[in-house]
Each structure stands twice: as C-alpha cells, then as structure tokens.
Design a protein around this ligand. Structure first.
Ligand code: NDP
Length: 486
C-alpha cells in the first residue's frame, strides 16, 4: 500500500532525501490492520556523520541571519503545514493509527502552532543592559547553543518534531532529529516543509534508526544539546550520556498523573476530563491522568456516567472521520498494555468495562476501566501508556494530596471542584509540572509543558523553551582606566 503523501526516502540530510540501503531495514506498520506500509533503513554511522556534519556546517550562517528572517521561514513553514493538514494527518494516521478525527486537529496543526509561535518570537530575542558602578556597564547576548539533537517518541511524531525544531531553530541552532522507529514518516515531511519554506540545507535533518542511532547522536562531540521525549529508562541513559559531554538537555519523560475529583465537582465535566485524559490517542499520552481519585460520595455516580459515556466511543476505521477511538501503536505496545490489564485483574482491581482485544487484525484494545484500585497495585504505580483508567477512592483532601504525590513521576495533575479556593490550594501542593483545574490535557503552545521528579528536566513550549535552546554571554565594559596593583 503506497500513499501519495509518503516521504521519498529514509533520511533527510542537507536539504535532500537520502537512502542508504546499507542500513538495516525495518517495516512501518499501519496499526489498524497490521499491514506493512513502508520500509525504512536505519542510519549507518556514515549517515549519522553526514547529518551532524550538515548541521554543523549550516549553523553559523543560520545563526547570523536576523531573528526576523529566521522567524519568517518558520512562519512560512507553519502556513504550508496548515495548507497540507489533510495529507499530513492521513500520513500521521497511517504511522500511528490515531483516528483522523484526532490527527486533523492535534498533530500537524499543533506543529504549525509551534512553528508560528517561535517564528513570532525569533525577532524579539535580545540580551539586556546592566548599569554598574563608576559608569561601567555590562550587556548580555543570547546566543545559540550550536547543533541540537532531538529524539522523539511514537505517540505525537509531527508535534514532537516541531516542538523541538521550532524553538531550536528560532534561537539560531540547527538540528538532527531521530524519530521513534515505530513512527518514522512524519518528521521527514517536517524537514521537507522547512526547506520548502526557505530553511537552508542542513538546518533541520532527519535520520532514522533505533536507540543505537540515538546513542550515537547523543555522544557525538559536535552536539551541544539533546532534547528527548521518551520513557524514564531511556531518559536516564540519554541524560547520563549527555552529562559526559556536559551537554544541555531537555527531558520529557512519562508520568502516572493524578486527577482528583471532589464531591462538589461538576461530574459531567470531571467525566469528560477523565475521558480526554485516558482515552484520547487510545491512552498513549504522557500527561494522562491515569490515577483518577474520586471522593467516596460521588464514586458510583462517577463510574456510572463514565461507563455510560464510554459507550459513545466510535471504534472503527481510523480513516473514517466519525471514528473517535483507534488502535494501539504496535503489537509490542498492545502486549504491554494487555500485561497490565492482566495484572490489574490478578491483583484484585474491579474490571468495570473493557479489558479485551478487539478482533485479531491490527492492535486494538477496548477502552478499559478499573475501579477499587489501591495505591500498591501495579496499575496504580507504573505508566501503562494505553487505554486503561484506574479509579481510586478517597475520603478527604489531605489524604488525596498525600496519595497523589506518592509517585516517582510528576508530569501532570488535575483537580475537579466547584470550590475555586480548594482548586488552587490543592494544585499548589501537587508535585507536577503541567496542571489543570476543571480541565485536563490542554497543551497550548503559549504555556510551558514539562515535568518534575522523574518526569523530566526543562520545559517545552512558551517563552521558557527559549531558555533551553540558547545560552547567555555576559560582557563587562569598563569605561575608565584599569587599576592594577602593580
Ligand atoms: P522510548 O523511551 O522507548 O524511546 C524514545 C526515543 O528514544 C525513541 O526514538 C528511541 O528509539 C530512542 N532511544 C532509545 N534508547 C536510546 C538511547 N540509548 N539513546 C538515545 N536514544 C534512544 O519511548 P517510546 O518511544 O516507547 O515512547 C513512549 C514513552 O515516551 C512513554 O514513556 C511516554 O510517557 C513518553 N512520552 C513523554 C512525553 C512528554 O512530553 N513528557 C510525550 C510523549 C511520550 P527507538 O524507539 O526507535 O529504539
């Protein structure tokens, strides 16, 4: 099966597509059917070297452009992405299995938002003037870091490529990006579009491969910064490797985020939040609120409404825009999620609905809800990354906060209550980077995104991301004579 929107080759380096059949080949699978839709070759060490060399060569001239000129290119790329949203969304659906209903509004569009936002900021990046004693003064210059490496996970391939490329390029860096080998296609389209928009060759390059290729990129001395979206075990390895070369890092890891539903909450809104925070993208979202703590008085009502509304999920052909629930990204991930469902049952959680595989073609699992989940159960402690929601009961606010924080993760947290004082008080004490009051999983580009504790280091999106893709040079200027002791 070939789609007209498919990229032309495995890698994109120095402004052109590049194939290298010497690299090990791997299939790209459409998760809805299990069919092979493309074959990609892993980057050999020579390809990795070419990509890094292209990025290194292109960087000084790119940084020497004015911010406004760089920004214009990024904003043009955003426009092209929006014009081609439909084709890009079809490709993203082929790559990830996520329903077109989602990819049309959440992938290329959010990538375009990032390109537009950081394109807009690029011309306003400045240092500061610092007046000092005796007429002396200093100024600071915000400089690019150099060559950055981006490594992506498989759940939002286009968005992740753009969330990393847009701030990096706005600041005058160049980038080599490695997508997850599970979803290698869309990042190539991002590269193609950036070049079409006017980015000089070498400014944004894509190489394919598994962790080994990522490892080679991270340890290369030409690289100044690494931004990874992935799991905690990978994050540990990448962070350690980057530390060895004293490189800058941004680490966007997983989570086991709590969502607290108090008795005074608008239950329909809380159920809506729980659905968005557990079943969108078939639950494959790092910030998901997978531990839903519901205050005892409203627990059964919450469960009834949740189960009822889940029946409205349209499970079917992801290319049909009416479909609202798609497959899991891969056989492997489906088996991991099935393993967690089995553990949930084995450890005594109450299976309220779901739990089964759907059909035997492709990688489909039913949306699954567990109730009576306790803090010690595996499904309450480990990130599942699939459509599995756990409901835990609580009695009072203090208890809920303590239990919500009893995790190594700290990506997101949500509170549903009509008492706004309580909303702010509780959120103020929850250990998480990206929080929500009476909502869940909104991620506009204007707002910083990232985690605390094991969920990450640094922030993506917003003006904060600029701090993570630039460094400050300070210059002291003496206006008088230099007084030396001898
Ligand atoms: P992985 O951690 O398995 O992989 C992430 C990326 O790192 C992949 O491209 C992978 O390559 C690469 N990689 C693996 N090992 C190394 C290494 N030693 N050196 C360099 N690169 C390496 O994550 P998944 O792809 O399975 O994605 C799911 C995870 O991502 C979840 O835990 C989720 O929570 C997290 N995530 C976090 C987000 C956030 O913003 N906080 C957003 C989305 C997901 P390959 O897989 O091709 O071998």
């Amino acid at each position: 099966m070939t789609y007209p929107t498919q990229p032309q080759a495995s890698h994109y380096i120095d402004g052109v597509y590049l194939e290298d059949e010497a690299g090990e080949s791997f299939p790209v699978i459409y998760p809805a059917t299990g069919a092979e839709i493309a074959r990609i070759h892993s980057a050999t060490p020579e390809i990795v070297d070419r990509a890094l060399e292209a990025a290194r060569r292109a960087q000084p001239a790119w940084a020497a452009l004015s911010g406004t000129e760089r920004g214009r290119i990024l904003r043009r790329a955003a426009d092209i992405m929006r014009e081609r949203n439909h084709d890009l969304s079809v490709l993203e659906t082929m790559d990830t299995g996520k329903p077109l209903q989602e990819t049309l509004v959440a992938d290329a569009t959010s990538g375009a938002d990032a390109l537009e936002y950081f394109g807009g900021l690029a011309g306003s990046l400045t240092g500061e003037h610092i007046p000092l004693a005796d007429g002396n003064w200093a100024y600071t210059v915000r400089e690019a870091l150099g060559v950055c490496v981006g490594i992506g996970a498989w759940n939002y391939p286009t968005q992740i490529a753009c969330w990393k490329a847009a701030p990096a390029l706005a600041c005058g860096n160049t980038m080599v990006f490695k997508p997850s080998e599970t979803t290698p296609l869309s990042a190539l389209k991002v590269a193609e579009i950036l070049v079409e928009a006017g980015a000089p060759p070498g400014v944004f390059n894509v190489v394919q491969g598994m962790g080994e290729v990522g490892g080679r990129l991270v340890t290369d001395p030409r690289v100044a910064k690494v931004s990874l979206t992935g799991s905690v075990p990978t994050g540990r390895k990448v962070y350690a490797a980057a530390a060895d070369g004293m490189k800058h890092v941004t680490m966007e890891m997983g989570g086991k985020s709590p969502m607290l539903v108090f008795e005074d909450a608008d239950i329909e809104n809380a159920v809506g939040g729980a659905i968005l925070g557990n079943f969108y993208s078939s639950g494959q979202v790092c910030s998901n609120g997978t531990r839903v703590f519901v205050q005892r008085g409203v627990k059964e009502k919450f469960l009834d409404r949740l189960t009822e509304r889940l029946k409205g999920a349209v499970i079917g052909d992801p290319m049909d825009e009416a479909t609202s629930f798609g497959p899991i990204v891969s056989q492997r991930q489906m088996e991991i999620v099935q393993g967690y469902i089995a553990k949930g049952v084995e450890e005594g959680a109450r299976l309220v609905t779901g739990g089964n595989r759907i059909g035997n073609e492709g990688f489909w699992l039913e949306p699954t809800i567990f109730a009576d989940v306790t803090d010690d159960m595996t499904i309450a402690r480990e990130e599942i990354f699939g459509p599995v929601l756990s409901v835990l009961d609580f009695e009072d606010e203090e208890e809920a906060i303590t239990r919500a924080n009893a995790t190594e993760f700290g990506l997101s947290a949500g509170v549903f209550t009509r008492d706004l004082a309580r909303g702010h008080r509780v959120i103020g004490r929850l250990q998480a980077g990206s929080c929500f009051i009476n909502s869940y999983n909104d991620a506009p580009v204007e707002v910083p995104f990232g985690g605390v504790k094991m969920s990450g280091v640094g922030r993506e999106n917003s003006k904060q991301a600029i701090e993570h893709y630039s460094q400050v040079k300070s210059v002291f200027v003496r206006m008088g004579d230099v007084e030396a002791p001898y």
